[in-house]
Write a protein that binds this ligand. Structure first.
Ligand SMILES: Cc1cc2nc3c(=O)[nH]c(=O)nc-3n(C[C@H](O)[C@H](O)[C@H](O)COP(=O)(O)OP(=O)(O)OC[C@H]3O[C@@H](n4cnc5c(N)ncnc54)[C@H](O)[C@@H]3O)c2cc1C
Length: 380
């Protein structure tokens, strides 16, 4: 049974605790799912999470608009990740893929949100390119004005939900200024002619992922999200909300690793006593518990600060993401060690956690990039 004492922390309101309880009960009944066909699994997860109402926090409620609740987003990712990494992924993409529309979309664009919040449409966030991953401002993809339209041409890669999404938030160079100030954001429905899946990408913890080709994809000027040249700012605002949630997914993986370790160390007998009794094992367990609590404090500090109305939480979110993902890797590695051979056995839960955690230290800003962000904010 995962530690739930953190829910008593003053960062949370009663509605957060009730939400976490309801979601945990749902997860216990419905997860994990079969991962053999990740496309089918993600479609099904989105439909079922939507039906149960758990996708509501991913986007603005157009009938009752208000800010996104970052604490609920984090609690949801943490809980889902503890039960099934693919469920966390399916939830996260509904938020990341529509974040720009929630924050900057027109009422017409926001009509999509009713469908994504209900699990009836899947979304994706298309920022990275083969030549510009971390160096986002250096992107090549062009959006050229042609009468009342924009024509998008170029490539995006590492796009989660690529190939199964119904809508893409796409960032492209419109050229108002060099670098970051010449990028705009667009809402591109998946069935727009010229938008093609160039390649499906297989990774160590498989999920729907693709390189996309934009072959003269024509969208009306009304598809632009926000103003011309605001794309970089929009992307950063979206990441400002969702970056802490990557930390919370890592926290969910780490909590599961600790739970599995406690179970194992209590039941495995070595040298005539449970593994628990070995002081070196106790040392590992202490470090795991400490990393988990410290990560949780950083994550929910960032989420709470954002929810209290801070316009940006760049420093807090970078600290939360960096610490939680890097330390979760260590926590899971210790879990693998304490499980012995079973820890590296394909199909064992700690083996899958070991694979699941790795990409979180790369996407939405690699750990090294978070250090640069924290240093800049600290030196300001
Ligand atoms: C599983 C997965 C899912 C993803 N999903 C999406 C998605 O849905 N949408 C999307 O747009 N993108 C997505 N990405 C892309 C992801 O954001 C990029 O992989 C990431 O930004 C790194 O870019 P890159 O892979 O080109 O590595 P590079 O930019 O080549 O960086 C390589 C390494 O260089 C180092 N580095 C880079 N910059 C600095 C710096 N300033 N200081 C110090 N060191 C540095 C880091 O160690 C970094 O890991 C996903 C990636 C993965 C792996």
């Amino acid at each position: 049974m995962a530690d739930r004492s953190f829910l008593d922390w003053p960062f949370f309101e009663q509605r957060h605790r009730d939400w976490a309880d309801r979601l945990d009960a749902w997860c216990a009944k419905n997860l994990p799912v079969d991962h053999s066909d990740v496309d089918a699994a993600c479609r099904d997860l989105v439909a079922r999470l939507g039906e149960a109402g758990f996708l509501k926090p991913t986007a603005v409620d157009t009938a009752n608009p208000g800010p996104l609740d970052v604490r609920t987003l984090c609690l949801t990712r943490e809980t889902l990740a503890r039960h099934d990494g693919l469920a966390d992924f399916a939830f996260a993409m509904q938020g990341l893929g529509t974040g720009a529309i929630s924050l900057f979309g027109t009422p017409e664009q926001q009509q999509w949100l009713d469908r994504t919040r209900a699990g009836k449409a899947l979304s994706a966030f298309a920022l990275s390119e083969p030549r510009s991953g971390s160096d986002v401002a250096n992107m090549d993809m062009a959006a050229t004005r042609d009468g009342g339209d924009y024509v998008l041409s170029g490539e995006k890669t590492w796009i989660s939900n690529g190939g199964i999404a119904d809508l893409y938030t796409v960032f492209a160079r419109t050229g108002e200024a060099p670098g970051a100030r010449g990028i705009s954001a667009f809402l591109v429905p998946a069935d727009t002619p010229g938008l093609e899946v160039a390649e499906r990408l297989d990774v160590i913890a498989p999920h729907p992922l693709a390189r996309l080709a934009f072959n003269d994809v024509r969208v009306p000027a009304s598809a632009m999200i926000g103003k011309p040249g605001d794309g970089f700012k929009i992307a950063m605002s979206v990441l400002d909300v969702f970056r802490s949630t990557v930390g919370s997914a890592a926290l969910g993986f780490a909590r599961r690793a600790l739970d599995e370790t406690l179970e194992r160390a209590g039941s495995r007998e070595l040298f005539g006593a449970p593994l628990f009794d070995l002081q070196m094992v106790q040392g590992h367990i202490a470090e795991m518990a400490l990393d988990i609590d410290a990560a949780a404090l950083l994550i929910y500090r960032a989420a709470w600060t954002k929810d209290m109305g801070a316009p940006r939480v760049t420093r807090e979110a970078a600290m939360a993401k960096l610490f939680a993902t890097d330390r979760a890797q260590e926590v899971i590695d210790k879990a693998v060690q304490i499980h012995g051979g079973d820890g590296v056995r394909r199909g064992h839960i700690v083996e899958s956690l070991y694979r699941e955690i790795r990409a979180l230290r790369i996407y939405e800003g690699a750990s090294d990039v978070q250090k640069v962000v924290i240093a800049r904010q600290t030196m300001k």
